[in-house]
Design a protein around this ligand. Structure first.
Ligand code: PGA
Length: 254
């Protein structure tokens, strides 16, 4: 059975005091998770250790960094490497979020290198993909996302991609309040799975967890997560409010 995951992406928000309060409240109100369900909290670098400490004894709850660098160490002022993240107990890394692709010019090759560093050091990437509005309007979203996956991931082996995590986030739905319909999400998720199936076979494709991201909220999570190829969500704005985020977690099918 593949994993179902609800991942929070706090982005560049909250002071450490606010972050501590939020994560404590989340742990207090956390619903019961099934054996194949996980909650991952993606927080700014300075808060990783604090959050990790608070969730330490919670089964199936993990912390994620929102980025990492392509090199292990060296003269790269301001960057954070995967071995550094590993040394503080971080388990997951969000890679290739559309905001990083757009504002920090992260290209396919750079994302391959980041995923590779994660594989080398045993961290789990959450690899983001998704098309801008113009591409969706032109009806080219399938090819666009397929290219993102092929260019960054197809050099890895089937063994490496077993149980891999993808987050499909249509850019036009991120932070806009516009959610893809559950049908649109299912259609793209099925396409993503078929892309992996074509390259690696159904046995591998079936192990890949594909999360939907883009204005997921308490009111729509259950419907979106109910689709057969949607294995959870990557949640930005709504993950900053415990009373919104907890029902989203509850939206995972049992
Ligand atoms: P949103 O962000 O839930 O605020 O739309 C999702 C994301 O960017 O991961």
């Amino acid at each position: 059975m593949r994993k179902q995951i609800v991942a929070a992406n706090w982005k560049m928000n909250l002071t450490i005091q606010e972050a501590e309060k939020l994560v404590n409240e989340l742990i207090e109100k956390l619903p019961t998770l099934q054996i194949n369900q996980e909650v991952v909290v993606g927080v700014p670098f300075p808060y990783l250790t604090m959050v990790k400490g608070i969730i330490a004894n919670k089964a199936n709850v993990f912390v994620a960094a929102q980025n990492c660098y392509t090199k292990d160490a060296g003269a790269y002022t301001g960057e954070t490497s995967v071995p550094m993240l590993k040394s503080i107990g971080v388990e997951y890394v969000i890679i290739g979020h559309s905001e990083r692709r757009e504002y920090f010019h992260e290209c396919h090759k750079m994302l391959t290198e980041k995923v590779e560093r994660c594989f080398e050091h045993g961290l789990k990437p959450i690899f983001c993909c998704g098309e801008p509005l113009k591409i969706r309007e032109a009806g080219l979203q399938n090819q666009y996302v397929e290219t993102q996956l092929k260019e960054s991931l197809f050099q890895f082996s089937a063994e490496q991609l077993k149980g891999f995590i993808i987050a499909y986030e249509p850019i036009w739905a991120i932070g806009t309040g516009k959610t893809a319909s559950s049908e649109q999400a299912q259609e793209m998720h099925a396409h993503i799975r078929s892309v992996f199936q074509g390259q690696y076979g159904a046995d591998i494709a079936d192990t890949i967890s594909i999360l939907y991201g883009g204005s997921v909220k308490a009111a729509n999570a259950n419907e979106i997560f109910g689709k057969p190829d949607v294995d959870g969500g990557l949640v930005g704005g709504a993950s900053l409010v415990v009373s919104e985020f907890v029902p989203i977690i509850e939206g995972l099918s049992s």
